[in-house]
Design a protein around this ligand. Structure first.
Ligand SMILES: [Zn+2]
Length: 84
C-alpha cells in the first residue's frame, strides 16, 4: 500500500507498469534490507494552514490549539506478480 498525492497519481496512472516499476525502484533503494512501506496520513490545520504527516488516523491538535483535519489521499494497492 502506498499513498500518492494527486500529482504523483496522475504520473503513475499514465505508466503502463507502475507497480513493477515501484518494486524495482524500491529494491534498488533497499540494498537487501527488508522493504517496509509505512502508511502515512496527511493532516492540515484550517486555522494556520500547517501541514503534517502522521502514521495513524488518530485525531490530533495543532500547536495553535485547532483540531487537525485529515486530508484524504489516493491509496494504491500494489498487486503481486504482474511483472511480465
Ligand atoms: Zn494550527
Amino acid at each position: 500500500m502506498i499513498t500518492l498525492c494527486l500529482n504523483t497519481f496522475e504520473i503513475a496512472r499514465d505508466m503502463p507498469n507502475f507497480s513493477a516499476w515501484v518494486r524495482k525502484k524500491l529494491l534498488e533503494e533497499s540494498d537487501d534490507t527488508p522493504i517496509v512501506i509505512k502508511e502515512e496520513y496527511l493532516f492540515k490545520c484550517k486555522a494556520c494552514n500547517l501541514q503534517r504527516v502522521y502514521p495513524t488516523k488518530a485525531r490530533r491538535n495543532c500547536s495553535c490549539g485547532w483540531t487537525l483535519t485529515l486530508i484524504p489521499s489516493i491509496q494504491l494497492q500494489l498487486p503481486e506478480g504482474d511483472d511480465q
